[in-house]
Ligand binder design. Structure first.
Ligand code: 5RP
Length: 237
């Protein structure tokens, strides 16, 4: 099975998982290629939910194309669940997210949900977070000072630049990658994150930081993970 098939498989498993929720509620929807598989799988059953809230402009566009009712997060209350992928997930359900740059809205929607259902293929499971560079969304004028502070954590800090693959999302090649919120992203490579809750708090305190892509407070409650033999369900609750 190739990576695309593994993502499709777990997207379908997530569809089955959320269809067990009572009908008529609002669902939170994540961002990325795995979340896209979930959206595509859920499209035929969209009437089960009264609406959805989206974690990025890209996800909103895809949801609208499928005819989902996309609601303003300010107009809804507690969500029964938020479904999203991850760049890495550890044995406690702590995650690195933001490889696609949507970390801030993802964390906001996750914080509105009773449960975070993480969906990924088994390559995302790691014993210790940090192999994937940790994204930090910042206010652009704070780049100098925040980069200096982040470097003290021991990793190598770099400003995320727009690549050719980002140009169809309205990004300018060779310029800093700009988030849906107008922020920039600093990526920290080479960390070994032994205490995710402590590091999340520490980075959150830095002036100029909008969001760190470490999901410790908003960790996964359930993990659906696919490999060649199928999908496993792990509960962290
Ligand atoms: C986007 C994210 C994604 O959830 C994460 O990057 C995983 O993406 P993919 O499913 O494409 O591997 O955090 O900001």
């Amino acid at each position: 099975m190739n990576l695309d098939q593994l993502k499709q498989l777990v997207g379908e498993a997530a569809r089955d998982e959320v269809l067990k929720l009572p009908a008529g509620q609002v669902l939170g929807v994540g961002t990325g290629s795995t979340a896209n598989c979930f959206i595509d799988a859920l499209a035929a059953h969209k009437g089960h939910f009264s609406g959805v809230v989206s974690s990025s402009n890209a996800t909103t566009e895809r949801l609208l194309k499928h005819g989902f009712r996309v609601l303003d997060p300010n107009a809804v209350g507690v969500l029964p669940a938020y479904v999203d992928g991850a760049d890495e997930i550890d044995p406690a359900g702590y995650m690195i997210k933001g490889g696609g740059g949507a970390l801030t809205r993802e964390k906001i929607i996750a914080s509105m949900a009773k449960q975070f259902i993480c969906i990924c293929d088994a390559s995302k499971q790691v014993p210790v977070l940090g192999g994937f560079s940790l994204p930090v969304e910042i206010i652009p004028i704070s780049k100098g000072i925040v980069a200096q502070e982040l470097a003290k954590l021991g990793g190598t800090v770099s400003l995320r630049m727009a690549k050719a693959t980002h140009t169809d999302l309205g990004q300018n090649l060779g310029q800093p990658f700009v988030t849906d919120n107008g922020g920039w992203i600093l990526d920290i490579a080479g960390l070994q994150i032994k205490n995710p809750p402590a590091l999340e708090s520490q980075i959150n305190q830095m002036a100029g930081v909008i969001t760190v892509g470490l999901f410790a407070k908003e960790k996964a409650d359930i993990l659906l993970v696919s490999n060649a033999s199928g999908v496993s369900r792990i509960s962290f609750q």
